[in-house]
Design a protein around this ligand. Structure first.
Ligand SMILES: Cc1cc2nc3c(=O)[nH]c(=O)nc-3n(C[C@H](O)[C@H](O)[C@H](O)COP(=O)(O)OP(=O)(O)OC[C@H]3O[C@@H](n4cnc5c(N)ncnc54)[C@H](O)[C@@H]3O)c2cc1C
Length: 451
């Protein structure tokens, strides 16, 4: 019996080998690399995931998980393997006792839709709510609540997983903590996340959003650090080269809750900051509206077709001490010149002691900054994409020489040596967890790690 026939007999309707399914599974948001799998499996239960891994492991068949499909460079693809498409496993359980259990194929917008009617929200949300729960938890998950609460993954109370060895397990900080910590921020190497129990916090009904403009990077970074440490706001992000900057190329974006009869105390929140107060912008909006702010960009980009263009994105985590040097060098590089007029440059602080997932790599020091260089290449221009990938590599090497690490959701292929450097002294423990939980090394090969 051929492999395809064997799979079809075992998994029946859950298996899809149609050309459309294979084509979709060979694509992602990056639209840069494309590796067709042998088949797509759409499981409806942990038992089906377990059966697949029991089958694929001993045969050495690669297995990758697809949730929201927002990888940038084939991380969720399975060359000649099987893509587990979890989108049908998207149940969001009842909200009770400040927590909710969600299946890993749910998107974050589905999670929020279930929690907001109960006045609750995950403490940290990614900017874009169309990404999948499993995909974000396996990356770590950064957002404007991060300076207070850490990673999206740090809010997980319990996980249900199927390991690469085909074991169906529950794990938490108290129950099988080694597995729990290897999975959160673990890039899908050890297990497939089936479901996660998430901590929730009260959601404000309304928020006030502040945009603070700066002409000077040194002052911008100093105020970002101050705001992160003083925790004046519930959400803190920022951009370099914001749209319509009027000669002030840095913008802190900060949000405070605006519930009850009294508005937030603007003077107290902005006291002592070095922004250009004449350029201050504020806006009051519903919390849900704020959380969904990227939806309108998505709609517009889908309409123009740009959502489906190549996205050679690069996310770096910079140590505080060299952040200014790296940001200046990268933004002055003509290879990133397109970011003057299009795309988005995020630049915001995080506090290292809030980031708890042990295998989430971060630079040394108490304060770090996310530098996200988010750009789009024109379709049908492989030479532009190649030039942008080369620029990503050069920026990564420059930043790394200054103590930075990648936030590994990038269009940036990493070599064996890069991955070892990425994990540093934690590489042996990470590799040991991989070998223990995925002994046949079949899971998540799209990241290009070798053990
Ligand atoms: C428009 C946009 C905005 C973004 N904004 C942010 C942001 O603000 N903050 C941030 O941190 N990230 C952000 N990201 C990056 C995004 O969080 C990651 O790319 C994430 O991994 C996408 O998850 P996905 O499920 O949508 O993608 P997929 O391609 O389906 O999965 C991504 C990776 O996760 C693995 N994976 C998926 N599900 C599981 C599972 N159940 N178990 C184990 N492994 C799994 C896949 O195998 C793959 O390697 C953004 C991405 C986009 C496109």
């Amino acid at each position: 019996m051929t492999l395809a026939a064997d799979l079809a007999t075992r998994f029946e309707q859950a298996l899809d080998t149609s050309p459309e399914a294979l084509r979709e599974a060979a694509q992602d948001f990056g639209h840069i690399v494309s590796a067709p799998p042998l088949a797509v499996l759409r499981p409806r239960s942990a038992a089906e995931i377990q059966a697949l891994l029991e089958f694929a492991g001993p045969r050495g068949i690669p297995v990758s998980v697809r949730g929201g499909g927002h990888s940038m460079y084939g991380q969720g693809q399975a060359d000649d393997g099987i893509v587990l498409d979890l989108r049908a496993m998207n149940e969001v359980g009842p909200v009770a006792d400040g927590q909710v259990t969600v299946q890993a194929g749910a998107l974050w917008r589905e999670v929020l839709a279930a929690t907001l009617p109960h006045g609750r929200t995950p403490p940290v949300l990614t900017d874009y709510l169309g990404a999948g729960v499993g995909g974000v938890l396996s990356a770590g998950g950064l957002g404007g609540g991060g300076h207070r609460h850490g990673l999206v993954a740090d809010q997980v109370l319990e996980l249900e997983v199927v390991t690469g060895a085909g074991e169906h397990r529950l794990c938490s900080p108290d129950r099988d903590p080694g597995l729990f910590h290897a999975v959160l921020g673990g890039l899908g190497q050890c297990a497939v996340i089936v479901a996660a129990t998430l901590r929730l916090v009260p959601a404000p009904e309304r928020v006030r959003r502040y945009c603070l403009y700066y002409a000077d990077l040194t002052r911008y970074l100093a105020d970002q650090r101050r705001l992160a440490e003083e925790q004046r706001f519930t959400y803190l992000e920022g951009q370099a080269r914001p749209a319509g900057d009027h000669g002030r190329p840095y913008m802190i974006e900060a949000v405070a809750p605006h519930d009850g009869p009294c508005p937030p105390d603007d003077d107290a929140l902005l006291d002592g900051l070095a922004h250009d107060s004449a350029a201050l912008e504020t806006e009051d909006l519903g919390y849900g509206e704020f959380a969904h702010r990227v939806d309108t960009d998505e709609e517009a980009l889908r309409e123009t077709g740009e959502w489906l263009y190549p996205h050679p994105w690069l996310n770096l985590l910079l140590p505080h001490d060299s952040a200014e040097t790296v940001v200046r060098a990268v933004l002055a590089d003509p290879a990133f010149g397109d970011l003057r007029t299009t795309g988005l440059v995020l630049l915001y602080p995080l506090l290292s002691d809030r980031l708890r997932a042990p295998f989430f790599s971060r630079p040394s020091g108490e304060v770090l900054y996310l530098l996200a260089l988010l750009r789009t290449a024109p379709p049908g221009s492989p030479e532009t994409v190649a030039a942008m990938l080369a620029a990503n590599r050069a920026a990564y090497e420059l930043a790394r020489s200054q103590g930075a690490v990648a936030y590994p959701v990038n269009a940036l292929p990493l070599s064996d040596a890069d991955w070892r450097e990425h994990y540093g002294s934690r590489w042996p423990a990470f590799a040991e967890a991989k070998r223990r939980h995925d002994p046949h090394l079949v899971l998540a090969r799209g990241h290009g790690m070798r053990f």
